[in-house]
Design a protein around this ligand. Structure first.
Ligand code: PHE
Length: 465
């Protein structure tokens, strides 16, 4: 595998490639594994029924998630383009352009606010390194931090520079090289924190809470949330896997790679559940179930309290936030890669110019989210601050629409036969073909519409999720 290999595409332009399957899998798993796994998954599982949530989640990973990862990778690899041109490759209609652009714009909007949260993680990491274990566990530590516009903006910019630097170096030297080192490190760090957490006295109750169905918490929303979380966690319907598919060589097995990405993503989500839920039970005893439902604040408020109360709090705090930082970094790299690739393909920019241009937009939008909790605290969009608004608009509204566009593109333009040809191109059999065909034909679109409607109704307070 040469690290300088590229494939010639139309008009003699060269497109970068991943060196092989491992390169693709590491980058795609790096994209998939992120804040979604470590921060979002554990509190959703705790809130929506423990094992029931887990089972629904697993089934949806291996059905809907599988279909979307496969479809996007096939579309990317067949066309060797980022989302907009990839959609247009199959027809120059308004519908194709719309499908392409919605997939291309989502990562451009997610990257900035995702990096703001990445900045919070960096702040916590550095504060632990400086030994501020007790301070971070204090009641107002998090609120005090996010009310300071300068601190939040500063840490966002530090995180942004890390992401931009990797993107600047390109696909093989940047994205692939970094992911290949970070992913294994992430697995090792997760296992360490997990073992520590599960062996604390009282932790067993937490393990039970996670692995035994909690029927009192199961509702319709268990299903909607588990499926929504799965799309987010696998980085589906965000144009990213189309872009990464376009860097995948044709002798790499799409199905094998997909299976490995699903495996790594699920592994880290379950490990994160085992890091956080037992720790909360061990250190919050009677209040554990209530604490876990606190949701988003779990990682920045509850975990620091737990670290503040336990032995080796500083060391575990450092390892934990380092782990979260690395996971967030590889995800934000994928978001930015997808955005930059669209600028290169659609506006004919060189990589450095595309990187600089998008970086400008990224910093402006990220700054809005950074300042939304402090300086711009008075500005609300649909009743939300900037960060929540970008999160809502991308994940709850645009993502299901983008996923529907992908399914329609496959069914109408690529065709199931076209998918099969691409999947079996390297000579490998298409093992889960029956599942793929059934789910994409009959289930995907219906479920996506349900998720879209439920999340919008929830945002407007008509139903409660
Ligand atoms: N999948 C990432 C996570 O679990 C989040 C993400 C969403 C990354 C969309 C890229 C694109 O945190």
């Amino acid at each position: 595998m040469s690290s300088t290999e590229t494939t010639a595409v139309d008009k003699g332009k060269k497109r970068s490639n991943f060196t092989g399957r491992i390169g693709y899998v590491m980058a795609a798993a790096g994209s998939a594994i992120g804040l979604g796994n470590i921060w979002r998954f554990p509190y959703l599982a705790a809130k929506y029924g423990g094992a029931v949530f887990l089972i629904v989640y697993l089934i949806s990973v291996y059905t809907f998630g599988y279909v979307l990862i496969m479809s996007e990778t096939v579309i990317g690899r067949k066309t060797k383009k980022s989302p907009v041109s990839a959609f247009r490759h199959f027809g120059n209609t308004k519908a194709h352009s719309f499908g392409g652009w919605i997939n291309a714009i989502i990562p451009m909007l997610i990257a900035p606010y995702y990096s703001v949260i990445g900045g919070w993680v960096l702040y916590y990491l550095f504060s632990y390194i400086q030994g501020e274990v007790k301070e971070l566990g204090g009641d107002n530590a998090f609120t005090n931090f996010i009310s300071s516009g300068t601190s939040v903006e500063f840490w966002f910019l530090v995180f942004a520079v890390c992401t931009i630097a990797v993107i600047f170096f390109g696909v093989q030297n940047g994205v692939e090289r970094v992911s290949k080192v970070l992913l294994p490190l992430l697995v090792v760090l997760s296992v360490i924190v997990c073992i520590y957490s599960c062996t604390r006295p009282g932790a067993v109750e937490g393990i039970k809470y996670f692995f035994i169905p909690q029927m009192q918490n199961v509702s319709w929303m268990t299903f909607v949330t588990a499926i929504g979380q799965m799309f987010y966690s696998l980085s589906c319907a965000m144009g990213i896997l189309i872009t990464y598919g376009s860097y995948m060589k044709r002798d790499v097995s799409i199905e094998k790679s997909t299976t490995q990405v699903e495996f790594f993503d699920t592994l880290i989500a379950v490990l994160a559940g085992l890091m956080i839920i037992p720790a909360v039970f061990a250190f919050n005893g009677a209040d554990a179930a209530k604490t876990l439902k606190a949701g988003p604040s779990l990682m920045f408020i509850t975990m620091p309290k737990v670290f503040g109360n336990m032995g080796f709090g500083m060391a575990i705090g450092i390892v934990f936030f380092l782990l979260v930082f690395l996971a967030a970094l590889t995800s934000s790299i994928s978001l930015m890669e997808s955005a930059v690739s669209t600028f290169q393909d659609e506006l004919g920019m060189s990589r450095p110019i595309a990187t600089l241009t998008y970086s400008g937009i990224y910093i402006v939008l990220g700054t809005l989210s950074s300042l939304g909790f402090n300086v711009l605290g008075g500005v609300k969009l649909l009743g939300m601050d900037f960060l929540d608004f970008f999160d809502f608009i991308t994940n709850s509204v645009m993502m299901p629409i983008a996923a529907i566009a992908i399914c329609l593109l496959v069914l109408r333009s690529v065709t199931l036969k076209g998918v099969e040809d691409e999947v079996t191109y390297d000579g490998a059999p298409f093992k889960r073909k029956k599942v793929y065909n059934f789910v994409i034909k009959y289930l995907c679109i219906v479920f996506l519409v349900i998720i879209l409607v439920s999340s919008v109704l929830n945002a407007f307070g008509i139903i409660k999720m």
